[in-house]
Write a protein that binds this ligand. Structure first.
Ligand code: GAL
Length: 420
C-alpha cells in the first residue's frame, strides 16, 4: 500500500505540474467535462508523460487497482470540490483525480469558486455528462438539495466527501473524525499551558470558528469547547471578549480576511489596554493565518500567543516552523482519497459496503465505520468512514509530513506540498 501511495504521489506531482497552468477555479463558462478533457489531453501529450504513464501503469498493476481496471474504463466519476482558494482542496482534488484515473476511471473534476450556484451548475453538468458516481465536497451542505435529488432520481450514487450534505440521497460520508479535530486542539492547549497545574493563574483566550455553512465547523468547535469547558468553568481560561458562542465566532467561507478583521477588532477593543493574550483557538489554518497576522501586527504584548490550526497548509507550516503558529491538526487527504476510491469501487461493483470495506482493504492507516454520528436529516443516519486526524508541531513535522511523502523540504527548510 505504501508503495502504491508513493507511486500515486509521483504521478500526482507530474500531472499537477502539468495542470498548474490551469490552476484557477474552473470558470462558470467552462463546463467541467471540457476542463477534464483538456487536462487529460494535456497529460497524454506532455513531455513528462512517459514517467507519468509508467508510474500510472505500475500503480494500477498494484493489488487494489489492478483487478478492475479494464471494467472501470467505461465509468466516469464526477468530483466536485468547493474552491481552489483554500489550499487543502487543491490537494484533495489532485489526489482524488489522480487516484481514480490510476484505477482506470474517467474523471470530471470541478472547483466551484466557493459559489453555491456554481457548484450546483457544475454537478448538473456532470449529471448531463452521464457520470456513474459523484464525489462532492459541499460549499454549503444545505444548498445542494435540488441537484442531489436529481442525482438520486437518476440513481447516481453520491459520496459526501469531507463535508456532509444535508440530503438523504447521499449514500456515504467519507471524512476525518471532525469532533476529534477540536478535541486535539483543546488538549494541545491544556497540555502546552499545563492548565492542570495553573495554580490560580488565568490564561486569556479568544476563539475563531469556521464557516457556519460547513457542517464540519460546529463539530470542530464543540470538540474543542467540550475539552476546554472545565478550565473555562474554573477560571483557568477566560475569554476576555466574552465572544464564545459559535454564532459569534464563526468565519464565513473560512476566509482569512474575515478572520483577520475580527481579530483586529477584538484586539483593539479588549487588549489595547495591555491585557495579555495567551491563546487563540482557531478551527483551521486559513483562519489561523488571519489571526496570526492580526496578532503579529496589532497585539502589543511581547509574550508568544498559542495559536491552533488545522490542515497543514504550507503558509501555516512555515509559521509553525517560525514560531508564530503553534500547531495544526493534520488530515492526510491522500488517505481520504484512498478510502473514497475503494468505497466508490465497492459501490460500483455492487459489493457489500460497511465494515467489510475496512476489513477487505489493505489500508495502512486508521479508519472507522460509523453509522450513528452523522445524519443527513433528523433520524436519517449516513453511514460514514472516518479517518483519524493527527497533531503536527515543529517537533514532529518531519516525521508526520515529510517521511510519509506528503511534503518535501525546500532549500530554506520550509515544507512544500507534494501535490496541490
Ligand atoms: C472543512 C475541512 C477543513 C478545512 C475547512 C476549510 O470542512 O474539514 O479541513 O479545510 O473546511 O476549507
Amino acid at each position: 500500500m505504501k508503495k502504491t501511495l508513493a507511486l500515486i504521489m509521483a504521478v500526482c506531482l507530474c500531472v499537477f505540474m502539468m495542470a498548474a497552468c490551469s490552476s484557477s477555479d474552473t470558470p462558470a463558462s467552462e463546463s467541467p467535462s471540457e476542463a477534464s478533457t483538456d487536462n487529460a489531453a494535456e497529460a497524454t501529450e506532455a513531455p513528462a508523460d512517459d514517467a507519468a504513464a509508467e508510474a500510472s501503469t505500475e500503480a494500477s498493476s498494484d493489488d487494489a487497482a489492478a483487478d478492475s481496471n479494464s471494467d472501470n474504463s467505461e465509468k466516469t466519476i464526477g468530483i466536485s470540490m468547493p474552491t481552489q482558494s483554500l489550499e487543502r482542496w487543491n490537494r484533495d482534488g489532485a489526489y482524488l483525480d489522480e487516484q481514480f484515473q490510476a484505477a482506470g476511471y474517467k474523471t470530471i473534476l470541478s472547483y466551484s469558486d466557493n459559489k453555491n450556484e456554481q457548484q450546483v451548475a457544475d454537478i448538473e453538468n456532470m449529471l448531463a455528462q452521464g457520470v456513474d458516481l459523484l464525489v462532492v465536497a459541499a460549499i454549503d451542505g444545505n444548498a445542494l438539495n435540488t441537484v442531489m435529488n436529481d442525482a438520486g432520481d437518476a440513481g447516481i450514487p453520491i459520496i459526501a466527501y469531507d463535508r456532509l450534505i444535508m440530503n438523504d440521497n447521499v449514500d456515504y460520508y467519507v471524512s476525518f473524525d471532525n469532533y476529534t479535530v477540536g478535541t486535539l486542539q483543546g488538549q494541545y492547549i491544556i497540555d502546552t499551558l499545563d492548565l492542570d497545574n495553573a495554580n490560580g493563574t488565568t490564561y486569556n483566550m479568544e476563539i475563531t470558528g469556521g464557516d457556519p455553512a460547513d457542517n464540519n465547523a460546529p463539530f470542530f468547535y464543540q470538540g474543542a469547547i467540550d475539552t476546554l469547558q472545565p478550565y473555562l468553568d474554573n477560571g483557568t481560561l477566560k475569554v476576555v471578549s466574552g465572544q464564545v458562542d459559535f454564532d459569534v465566532v464563526g468565519t464565513p467561507q473560512w476566509s482569512t480576511d474575515e478572520a483577520l478583521d475580527r481579530a483586529q477588532n477584538v484586539l483593539a477593543s479588549y487588549y489595547a489596554d495591555g491585557t495579555q493574550l495567551d491563546v487563540w483557538l482557531c478551527s483551521n489554518d486559513s483562519t489561523a493565518l488571519g489571526v496570526t497576522q492580526a496578532v503579529t501586527s496589532d497585539y502589543a504584548g511581547d509574550n508568544s500567543v498559542l495559536i491552533t490550526g488545522q490542515d497543514g497548509d504550507v503558509a501555516n507550516l512555515r509559521n509553525i516552523k517560525d514560531g508564530s503558529q503553534s500547531m495544526t491538526v493534520y488530515k492526510a487527504v491522500a488517505n481520504e482519497a484512498v478510502v473514497t476510491l475503494d468505497l466508490a469501487k465497492a459501490i460500483l461493483d455492487g459489493k457489500n459496503v460497511g465494515d467489510a470495506l475496512i476489513k477487505d482493504s489493505n489500508w495502512d492507516f486508521e479508519c472507522i465505520y460509523d453509522t450513528e454520528s452523522y445524519e443527513t436529516s433528523a433520524g436519517h443516519a449516513c453511514p460514514s468512514f472516518l479517518l483519524t486526524p493527527d497533531v503536527v508541531t515543529t517537533d514532529n513535522m518531519e516525521e508526520k509530513l515529510v517521511t510519509p511523502g506528503y511534503y518535501t523540504v525546500d532549500a530554506d527548510g520550509y515544507l512544500e506540498a507534494t501535490n496541490g
